[in-house]
Design a protein around this ligand. Structure first.
Ligand code: DX5
Ligand code: ZN
Length: 217
């Protein structure tokens, strides 16, 4: 099974609701929402009020990727906004275990992400506590960056550890994903793909999503 989670960062923000509806009808499995605070990453996007406002435009899984300094503080807000899955960064200031427990206590799926410079082993202590690990395949902050192929061995390491411990944890990759690298990511163990420009930059979004899925067959 392969899940495509189009990143709304690359859509037309002036029509965020309609874009969310449109991409849901184009075969998106999830809606990837990049929250940036201008502190954890050098860019500011949107927060819980905006996510809450577009919630009614889709019944897909709202896959919220928090690139913020203190995610723990805002978990309740994102629950109210309608998040189904929340990814926070291991490099953030929040305590990872407390943040995972807080997310789970609200019946949301917890997920932890690591930046390119953070080693695979850093997430090992959390593998039995999270539903997903998001491996960044670009430096977080902006869409449209070049895929970092050197993240593939790191993904494989995490996948091997998940299998060795017989855990049920999905791996998501995010950044620079397209038809040219999705198969390599799949082979390394990724089953969920956050794709921004690769979907929203295409003339035919439905075809782009279908082609991404076909590329891993
Ligand atoms: C980057 C974001 C990504 C980004 C992906 O910090 O987390 O989700 O939107 O965009 P592309 O696919 O264009 O690299
Ligand atoms: Zn993201």
């Amino acid at each position: 099974m392969v899940l495509i989670s189009p990143s709304m960062l690359s859509c037309d923000f002036s029509r965020l609701g309609e874009e969310t509806k449109n991409i849901s009808l184009c075969g998106a499995d999830m809606i990837h929402l990049d929250v940036m605070d201008g502190v954890f990453v050098p860019n500011i996007t949107f927060g819980a009020p905006v996510i809450g406002a577009i919630r009614k435009y889709s019944d897909k899984i709202f896959d919220v990727h928090l690139m913020i300094k203190d995610p723990y503080k805002y978990i309740d807000d994102f629950k109210k906004a309608g998040a189904d899955l929340i990814t926070f960064h291991l490099e953030s200031d929040s305590d990872a275990i407390e943040t995972v427990e807080k997310i789970r206590s609200l019946s949301i799926k917890p997920s932890v992400s690591i930046k390119p410079s953070t080693p695979a082993e850093a997430v090992f202590p959390l593998l039995d506590k999270v539903d997903m690990v998001l491996v960044m395949t670009v430096e977080p902050g902006f869409g449209g960056q070049k895929f970092m192929a050197d993240m593939l061995p790191k993904i494989k390491k995490i996948k091997d550890e998940i299998d060795r411990r017989n855990l049920d944890v999905m791996i998501q990759a995010d950044g620079g994903i397209g038809e040219d690298n999705i198969k390599a990511l799949y082979d390394a163990g990724v089953r969920c793909f956050a794709v921004g420009s690769g979907v929203f930059g295409a003339n035919d979004r439905a075809k782009a999503i279908a082609m991404l899925k076909k590329s891993v067959e």
